[in-house]
Design a protein around this ligand. Structure first.
Ligand code: 13P
Ligand code: SF4
Length: 308
């Protein structure tokens, strides 16, 4: 995929960022949904699980997180001694905002002893109220690790149901969803299949159940990329956020990828620009921090996941 800025400007900003990054002893982490030029200057591009593992392990002094707020917050929870920067503070996740700590506490009061599995797409306060975290790549494994019968999955109902169906386990779901993946309809998939009959349909588990039922493969962003890489198929209909096409074209230059719908664009993931990455490194702001009392409790849920 092409950069969204001209090549001259990209080269200038990339050079400035490289120099500042060395001066600041910084590492730049980016999600697969970021703009192509942001992915291209990052030290590491990955899915949510890989990014939190990197944030926990890095020996850099500064982490520049090119993603959305909960991702930078997870890095701050795992690495409290590091400076964690989110170049665009307004980049949030509407799904993460669909559950708050107060609502979750009320649920726990109604169902004493319930075990709460929280998708990493949640605030630190919500993680602090949860037993264990998960991402789209390990939700099944996380649920499998739990004994007992009262389990609540928050906030993504689609991911929760996908994992529960695989395990054939009764689980309660929070009525949350990703506003971007929700825009994909069954009609979009049927239309794309008609246009590209040889293509495999690969989708993210944040898609609605009726979409997952149509898919040849369901997986996290990293899962979708490795499926395309290892598949003998030449064509793929892609049911996740558009940013992933950049990496898919890089790792499979001879294969064809068709975005299942032009509406698969997350506005929050597209907010961060290269100029903002440069400015963040220059000013060491905006910085994401988490109150110590919340951080310690939220870290338990993340650590439990990372230990699996
Ligand atoms: P993964 O990269 O873990 O698949 O997550 C997708 C997502 O929606 C991040 O916001
Ligand atoms: Fe949130 Fe969906 Fe955007 Fe991911 S793609 S940040 S889940 S709204």
């Amino acid at each position: 995929m092409k950069h969204t800025i001209n090549e001259g400007l990209f080269q200038t900003l990339a050079k400035e960022i490289e120099i500042l990054k060395r001066d600041r002893k910084a590492v730049i982490l980016a999600h697969y949904y970021q703009r192509p030029e942001v992915q291209d200057i990052a030290d590491f591009v990955g899915d949510s699980l890989q990014l939190s593992q990197k944030a926990a392990m890095t020996d850099a002094e500064v982490i520049v997180f090119c993603g959305v707020h909960f991702m930078a917050e997870s890095a701050a929870i795992l690495s409290p001694d590091k400076v964690v920067l989110l170049p665009e503070m307004k980049a949030g996740c509407p799904m993460a905002d669909m559950v708050d700590a107060e609502g979750l506490r009320a649920y726990k009061k109604r169902v004493p002893g319930v075990q709460v599995v929280c998708y990493v797409n949640t605030s630190a306060e919500v993680k602090a109220e949860s037993d264990i975290c998960c991402t789209s790549s390990n939700a099944v494994k996380v649920l499998q690790s739990l004994e007992g019968k009262d389990i609540l999955f928050i906030p993504d109902e689609n991911l929760g149901r996908y994992a529960a169906n695989i395990l054939e386990r009764p689980i309660e779901f929070w009525p949350g969803y990703c506003k971007t993946h929700d825009r994909l309809t069954k009609e979009d998939i049927l239309k794309a299949r008609k246009a590209h009959p040889s293509a495999k349909v690969i989708v993210h588990p944040e898609c609605r159940e009726e979409i997952c039922q149509e898919a040849d493969y369901i997986g996290s962003t990293a899962g979708l990329i490795s499926y395309a890489q290892n598949s003998e198929n030449q064509e793929f209909i892609v049911g996740t956020e558009s940013g992933i096409l950049h990496r898919l074209h890089q790792v499979c230059p001879d294969k064809e990828f068709y975005l299942a719908s032009e509406r698969l664009v997350c506005p929050n993931m597209k907010m961060t620009t290269l100029a903002q990455v440069r400015d963040a490194l220059q000013t060491l702001s905006p910085r994401v921090t988490v109150k110590e009392e919340i951080r310690v409790r939220a870290k338990q849920a993340l650590d439990r996941m990372l230990a699996l």
